[in-house]
Design a binder for this molecule. Structure first.
Ligand code: MCN
Ligand code: CUM
Length: 806
């Protein structure tokens, strides 16, 4: 078509840039079975590893006898801690500054802990061989209750740390204590509480759960002894960090290590950490000189890799009688399991829990977190958590509901009264954050209007009266939740991983014919990066998104980046992408001026071209400029059209949202039915509204799962319950409610395109919304706070406790 006669709108539409509901390009291969996952990597001579795991939660290992296993035809090796010790690899550093056992050294600390790594010719032989390894145990007393971990007579768990009075985050109060972390002004907070008109205090437990991605954790390690090079394919959310860690641990130079994260079948934070399977595969490949594959099964994934939450939050609010919140005080007991392997930025032992003042202008606050060891698997920071923002928002949003009930005030009115006002941004919170932007009152009101809030409350009142008269056995709950997220870690002055600052990167290269390859330091696990980064570039450079290939996950080609978690891809690598594109555009402007024979100040950008100011018929399209970049440049300019940007954000971004859930609960069966769920999200400038909607649906579905049933629990002996999908609640389309979505747009003032992250928001807001709905249904019966998960049996038990079955 003639370039002149197309309108600007027509030209913009062709680009499929920002704001377009572009279909996910990666889905073409995913829906045709053409994805390329770790388990698709098949190399000549490849062997398979599998773990002998502990049947005990706490025991001394008296002996390991692998002779029968080694005698099984096809078994090539059995590695134990004794083999790793000379290499100093029986322990590995964790992201939290602790060490974790790779293979149990003399003692096991949780059920299913790795004891030996069997390597065999195929997976079935390896599985048979692990049954033949004899491990003799001497059982030790078990600690599963974090409240018992620091008892004077509690069993000592970490013998390796026995003498250590000081950990990476300061003094340890007890041999099972990990750290004490405090933020805020304690004396000022205590003084407000001492004189407050109204004070609430509740223990809100956010139970232990697990992200359980569709694909489990896995890797293939291949040591080429001739070249001295190690290649690792793995399910890594942060491939560059893996490369650096492997180099530091193995002594192999970093340029001789190639880490490739191919397609990943969901990560949800489960694939951030380094697991024994990776270390053992690498060691086995180095020892045996052939590639070694390790693929977890579902039970191993659920019971040993990074879990989520297990936060026990004693939460207090101080307020006036008319509902002005004056102070907040929280003590958290954090159950980290056997090793402190929380995947937080180094300086943040409790992640961003100090966002617990939430969306409210609370003048003073104090937060104290104690981390403890127990006989459970390690982890804690995973599952759409934004580094503990999930827990923080749960605490404040439950506390708001409790306070409203105490005051006899509607909880939305209480929120409206205490929200940070639009004119207060950038807002400095009592616990040290600078919220970049927000418009909370507007968002809350929009949702109230959309759901017909006052009519819902009137209906609820009528149902409560009917219930009291014995005319119905159904309770109705209206759950409200408002959240502020904090994503985009992070300014490298505050956030690092093992000393590497948390910037991120993008590299964009335009080929002579005007198509593009771009690479980022992040790694999609299903978020659709191949689709959306291309949209940012399309808008910034006027090249159709269909002509842009996005690559991530290969450390040989992608620029160094810190990976994808904490919804940081858009806030950090998305910013790097825009800045790199703008560098290219600046060069393109000079080339255009040269081609048009005018000064560079006389040309202006127009969607997909530069045109001469005042003469729109004189222009050069980006495609023409790309061609010229390789053959017709201004004198002295170097050829080519490419740029790289390493972006260190000035601040995090603060997405927010207002959610409402309407729920009906049958007191005789405990069955809860979600009648309606309305979710308004504000993630600033929206790159792809369809992908955002997909993220919101996914995050809400996981919020439904976690709040209504999903749990990893332990019995008194430390046996892990819920370690298979027989017991672990994974909602299907049958159980999942219908989602209604909405949005407002409050751009981030410091992000080049105004975008904030969204990947975790729906989970952060969704869990308190469901839990508030359940609690709201029972509140008029003075039930007190009801702990999650709210499965039918537990809700039936609540009704029973309240005497409703008499
Ligand atoms: N997006 C957008 N406009 C915005 C913000 C985001 O269009 N203003 C788009 C992005 O371009 C991207 C997607 O939404 O395609 C998510 O972007 P972002 O919020 O930046 O989050 P990340 O890409 O960094 O993803 C991480 C986040 C996390 S931490 C978890 S946990 C989680 C989540 O993403 N894991 C997921 N969503 C997931 N979705 C899938 N399918 N699989 C996972 O493992
Ligand atoms: Cu905390 S789960 Mo996500 O950050 O990969």
């Amino acid at each position: 078509m003639n370039e002149m006669i197309r309108t600007q709108a027509e030209r913009a539409e062709v680009l499929q840039g920002m704001g377009c509901k572009r279909k996910r390009t990666e889905d073409i291969r995913f829906t045709q079975g053409r994805g390329n996952y770790v388990d698709d990597v098949k190399l000549p001579g490849m062997l398979f590893g599998d773990f002998v795991r502990s049947s005990h939660a706490h025991a001394r290992i008296k002996s390991i006898d692998a002779s029968k296993a080694l005698a099984l035809p096809g078994v090539k090796a059995v590695l134990t801690a004794a083999d790793l010790k000379p290499l100093n690899l029986h322990y590995m550093p964790t992201l939290a500054g602790d060490v974790a056992a790779v293979l149990a050294d003399e003692k096991v600390l949780f059920q299913n802990q790795e004891i030996a790594f069997v390597v065999a010719e195929d997976r079935y032989i390896a599985a048979d061989a692990i049954e033949l390894v004899d491990v003799e145990y001497e059982a030790l007393p078990v600690v599963v209750d974090p409240f018992q971990a620091m008892a004077p007579d509690a069993p000592l768990l970490r013998e390796d740390l026995k003498e250590k009075r000081v950990g990476p985050h300061g003094e340890r109060k007890h041999y099972n204590h990990i750290f004490n972390w405090q933020v805020g002004d304690k004396p000022a907070t205590d003084a407000v509480f001492a004189n407050a008109e109204v004070v609430t205090k509740d223990l809100f437990t956010y139970h232990r759960t697990h992200p359980s991605p569709l694909e489990t954790c896995q890797c293939v390690a291949s040591m080429d002894k001739v070249k001295g090079e190690l290649t690792i394919w793995g399910t890594f959310q942060a491939p560059h960090v893996v490369r650096t860690v492997v180099s530091l641990l193995s002594g192999i130079a970093e340029h001789k290590i190639h880490v490739i994260a191919p397609d990943i079948g969901g990560g949800f934070g489960n694939k951030v950490g380094v697991y024994p399977g990776y270390v053992c595969s690498v060691v086995a490949s180095i020892v045996l000189g052939v590639p070694v594959k390790w693929v977890e099964d579902r039970m191993e994934n659920l019971s040993t890799t990074s879990f989520a939450r297990d936060y026990h939050m004693t939460t207090e609010l101080a307020a006036t009688k008319d509902g002005k919140i004056l102070a907040m005080r929280i003590h958290v007991l954090a159950d980290h399991g056997a090793f402190d392997a929380c995947a937080d930025p180094s300086k943040w032992p409790a992640g961003f829990m100090n966002i617990c003042t939430g969306s409210y202008d609370i003048p003073v606050a104090h937060l104290e977190v104690d981390g403890v060891y127990t006989n459970k698997a390690s982890g804690g920071v995973a599952y759409r958590c934004s580094f503990r923002v999930t827990e923080a928002v749960y605490a404040i949003e439950r506390a708001i509901e409790v306070l409203a009930h105490r005051l006899g005030m509607d909880s939305v009115e209480l929120r409206m009264k205490n929200f940070i006002r639009a004119e207060q941004f950038p807002y400095h919170s009592a616990l040290g954050w600078e919220y970049d932007s927000g418009n909370y009152h507007f968002a809350m009101q929009k949702v109230m209007d959309a759901v017909g809030y006052s009519a819902l409350r009137a209906e609820q009142k009528a149902i409560q009266e009917a219930f009291s008269r014995g005319e119905t056995r159904q309770l109705m709950g209206v759950g409200v939740a408002f959240f502020t997220e904090i994503v985009g870690a992070g300014p490298s002055r505050n956030c690092d991983i093992l000393g590497v600052g948390m910037f991120d990167s993008a590299e964009i290269r335009i080929h002579p014919t005007g198509s593009i390859v771009a690479r980022m330091g992040t790694k999609s696990q299903g978020q659709g990066h191949e689709t959306t980064y291309a949209q940012i570039i399309a808008t910034e450079l006027g090249i159709p998104a269909d002509d842009i290939t996005i690559e991530e996950g290969n450390t040989d080609t992608a620029p160094y980046g810190l990976g994808t978690y904490g919804s940081r891809s858009t806030p950090v690598a998305g910013a790097a992408t825009a800045v790199a594109a703008r560098k290219i555009r600046a060069k393109a402007q000079m080339i255009a001026a040269h081609l048009l024979e005018v000064s560079e100040y006389d040309v202006e950008w127009d969607i997909d071209r530069f045109r001469v100011k005042g003469l729109p018929e004189k222009f050069k399209t980006m495609k023409e400029i790309a061609w010229a970049a390789y053959n017709n440049l201004p004198p002295g300019m170097e050829p080519g059209l490419e740029a790289v940007n390493y972006y260190d954000p000035p601040n995090m971004t603060y997405p927010f949202g207002a959610y409402v859930c309407v729920m009906d609960i049958d007191v005789d069966t405990g069955v809860a039915k979600t009648r309606r769920f309305y979710a308004l999200d504000d993630c600033g400038t929206r790159i792809n509204p369809m992908i955002i909607e997909g993220q919101v649906h996914g995050g809400l579905t996981e919020a439904f799962a976690v709040s209504m049933g999903q749990e990893i629990s332990y019995d008194a002996q430390g046996n892990v319950m819920g370690a298979s999908f027989m017991d672990f609640f994974l909602p299907t389309a049958v159980e999942t409610p219908k989602w209604e979505t909405d949005f407002t747009v409050t751009p981030s003032p410091h992000h080049p395109i105004g975008a904030k992250g969204v990947g975790e928001s729906p989970h952060v807001g969704g869990v308190p919304c469901f839990s508030n709905a359940v609690n709201d249904a029972f509140a008029f019966l003075e039930a007190g706070h009801i702990q999650m998960p709210h499965d039918a049996w537990r809700l039936w038990s609540v009704a029973d406790r309240l005497g409703l079955h008499a």
